[in-house]
Design a protein around this ligand. Structure first.
Ligand code: HEC
Ligand code: HEC
Ligand code: HEC
Ligand code: HEC
Ligand code: HEC
Ligand code: HEC
Ligand code: HEC
Ligand code: HEC
Length: 466
């Protein structure tokens, strides 16, 4: 468990972020003002002052005719090995319109280069940059890097684009640059992956990177469920669709990406999807308690990171990957709670045995450390007086009952009024999807407070407590 000061730091960070967004201009959706067109300009016209030229040693320059991708690599670099199959496929798919030319770093061992080409099926030419003349002319500082060039009318080489570093799924960006306009790669119904969208929609991509949609696959991996089709269909992009996610972990379509909501290719393939119609395909009543489009929309603000500094953005991303980012949507229905005593009459056994368990004693634990007046602690050690977003003041909590029935089962007023039943309360039983159970528990059992949390280990003792 982390220290109290780490907790205070996090709280300060959240306040700083909230403070920053107060100053911003928000539109009717609760979103920051958009910058889509401004982002795209950079891609549509990458060199507004004219394309730069490249001076290579004449022996190399002479080999270049037409569009050529110079790939600067090292046969022993893992990142190069990772993108090597993609580059082999690019060379095959574009044979006739694009030439690839490998440039191995000067220190490469010839036997390694040979083995690399054989392993990854690189049939295009590879030269070794023994005196580092090519690498320095390219301005390459690391591997893998790639430069798209073509020979100009006067024999000079013209730079069309640079990919420093060459990351996975950059092949679509190369294709965009080769086409008369980037939009020509958007053929109807074809998935491109977030990377392609991010080429123009930089702000939207950054904002997406701090939503839980960007870690939906990571969430399954953490549970060892990444190969279970019963889970993947809602935690990736285009599952079961032609050209959608193909089951590979290194696919550009893992996680809930742009095209999960905007359809393959977004609106640019001539077919538009209204994103408001797709949410409940995944956020159904079973997997996403009390979901509504109106509640979810503000949390998707595509421009929410435009006012953050690089450090703030990184901190939010790290919190998300560590499972510490706030997860608001899972708040229960916005109804008042009625308190555990109201459950006693019909669930006497559960009430009696729960009262002896750790959850009921969570406030006593705080009292021992004199922290029972600190709302930052109480929010996980007591039951809220209402569903919805966590209250920020002490009087929003039932401090007398600790973590009571409704902290896990949601507001019970309607259930009590109906004399019980299974459709008036969140059951959390065996038929309840893990999405819901895990989300209820990890609201409090965060990695900060319960570092070795495992649902399967924790559930039996809660079952036994009832
Ligand atoms: C080559 C640049 C470029 C790429 C790549 C690109 N877009 Fe766009 N996109 C634009 C431009 C320009 C606009 C219009 C922006 C504006 O008018 O403010 C736009 C508008 C949009 C809109 C809003 C307009 C509408 O009709 O709803 C959506 C949604 C969108 N893009 C999604 C995507 C998705 C998803 C991808 C990836 C599959 C993608 N875009 C890739 C440049 C691009
Ligand atoms: C392909 C399935 C899918 C679609 C479509 C989808 N979601 Fe989600 N959504 C998820 C999953 C899965 C998570 C949880 C990811 C995790 O934590 O691993 C999630 C999480 C969220 C969250 C919590 C995010 C956060 O950062 O707090 C919000 C809000 C949300 N979705 C809103 C929406 C809205 C609004 C739509 C429609 C415009 C939508 N979602 C469409 C699957 C989907
Ligand atoms: C019908 C779509 C759907 C299916 C199928 C699905 N999920 Fe989810 N899952 C979601 C949505 C939507 C959310 C986000 C819920 C929210 O924020 O309201 C989510 C959230 C989660 C979370 C996040 C809980 C948290 O707060 O950390 C976990 C874990 C999870 N799902 C695991 C799984 C596993 C494991 C399976 C397969 C057994 C699965 N999901 C199947 C839609 C689905
Ligand atoms: C969870 C669903 C979801 C995901 C994922 C998603 N969007 Fe959106 N997007 C929406 C919704 C909802 C709207 C707002 C529609 C409206 O205003 O009615 C929207 C609007 C847009 C717009 C129009 C901008 C504006 O100000 O109206 C663009 C452009 C866009 N999205 C691009 C992207 C890109 C690029 C990605 C990936 C980085 C992405 N979206 C991911 C749901 C999503
Ligand atoms: C008037 C009697 C009564 C009261 C009061 C009552 N319940 Fe129930 N509860 C029931 C009955 C009856 C069932 C249905 C049992 C069944 O069908 O298996 C039930 C079922 C449940 C279930 C399981 C639901 C499911 O989907 O399996 C939970 C959880 C629950 N109650 C929690 C509570 C909580 C929390 C309170 C206090 C806020 C409460 N109950 C108060 C009678 C009551
Ligand atoms: C409202 C916050 C909250 C929720 C929701 C919650 N817990 Fe807890 N849980 C706590 C607190 C706080 C403690 C420590 C209580 C104490 O020792 O004072 C705890 C303790 C425990 C313990 C005993 C300590 C340990 O780690 O062995 C288990 C097991 C446990 N919780 C499991 C669960 C499970 C399973 C769920 C979901 C079904 C859940 N909890 C939901 C706050 C919560
Ligand atoms: C995000 C929810 C959350 C917050 C906020 C929170 N706790 Fe807890 N706390 C838990 C959970 C969950 C446990 C049970 C962890 C376990 O046993 O694995 C726990 C356990 C404890 C324990 C028992 C320690 C132990 O090692 O058994 C103490 C003491 C404690 N918390 C004090 C505090 C104090 C003081 C604060 C405020 C500074 C605080 N908590 C804020 C969730 C939280
Ligand atoms: C820490 C979270 C937590 C708290 C607090 C909690 N429950 Fe539960 N409850 C669960 C979980 C998880 C299940 C499902 C257990 C399983 O997998 O069978 C459950 C199941 C149930 C069920 C249906 C299964 C059964 O055993 O009959 C009832 C009824 C119920 N709870 C009532 C209550 C009442 C009444 C209280 C308060 C006295 C309470 N619960 C407090 C997590 C909790």
């Amino acid at each position: 468990m982390a220290s109290r000061s780490a907790h205070a730091l996090l709280a300060a960070l959240v306040l700083a972020v909230a403070g920053a967004s107060l100053a911003a201009t928000l539109d009717s959706r609760g979103w920051h003002e958009g910058k889509a067109a401004a982002n795209a300009a950079r891609v549509l016209d990458p060199f507004p002052d004219g394309a730069p030229s490249l001076e290579l040693p004449p022996a190399v320059a002479r080999r270049i005719h037409g569009p050529t991708l110079l790939v600067y690599f090292s046969p022993t670099c893992p990142h190069c090995q990772h993108v090597a199959p993609e580059l082999a496929a690019l060379a095959a798919a574009r044979a006739g319109s694009l030439t690839l030319l490998g440039v191995a770093v000067g220190s490469s061992n010839p036997a390694d280069v040979k083995a690399f080409r054989k392993t990854y099926g690189w049939t295009f030419d590879v030269i070794t940059d023994t005196d580092h003349a090519i690498g320095s002319a390219m301005g390459a500082t690391g591997t893998p890097s790639a430069l798209l060039v073509h020979d100009g009318p006067d024999g000079a080489l013209v730079v069309d684009d640079m990919y420093y570093p060459y990351s996975p799924h950059t092949d679509t960006l190369v294709a965009m640059r080769l086409a008369p306009t980037p939009f020509a790669v958007f053929t109807p119904g074809t998935y491109q992956g977030n990377r392609a969208c991010a080429a123009c929609h930089v702000a939207e991509q950054e904002a997406w990177l701090v939503t839980h949609h960007s870690v939906a696959w990571h969430t399954l991996e953490a549970d060892g469920k990444q190969d279970d089709p019963a889970c993947t269909r809602c935690h990736v992009t285009g599952a079961g669709q032609p050209g959608g996610w193909d089951g590979r972990a290194d696919s550009g379509l893992v996680d809930v990406g742009c095209e999960a909501c905007h359809g393959p290719g977004g609106p640019h393939d001539g077919q538009s999807t209204d994103p408001s119609t797709v949410c409940t395909g995944c956020h159904d009543a079973e997997h996403s308690i009390a979901f509504s489009y109106a509640k979810g929309l503000p949390l998707l603000d595509h421009f929410k990171t435009v006012e953050l500094t690089g450090d703030e953005l990184r901190a939010q991303r790290v919190a998300l990957l560590k499972g510490e980012a706030p997860r608001e949507l899972l708040a229960f229905a916005d109804a008042p709670t009625v308190g555990a005593d109201a459950c006693k009459a019909c669930h006497a056994e559960a009430h009696a045995s729960m009262s002896k368990g750790p959850h009921a004693h969570a406030m006593a634990t705080l009292k021992k450390g004199h922290a029972d007046g600190d709302v930052a602690c109480v929010r996980c050690h007591a039951t809220s007086k209402a569903g919805g977003l966590p209250a920020s003041t002490l009087d929003g909590y039932r401090t007398d009952e600790g973590v009571g029935c409704e902290a896990c089962h949601g507001p019970g007023g309607a259930h009590v009024a109906a004399g019980g039943g299974t459709d008036t309360i969140v059951g959390l039983g065996k038929s309840c999807p893990v999405c819901v159970v895990e989300a209820v528990c990890t609201r409090c059992h965060t990695s900060q407070w319960d570092a070795d949390w495992k649902l399967d280990d924790a559930l039996p003792s809660v079952r036994a407590e009832h």
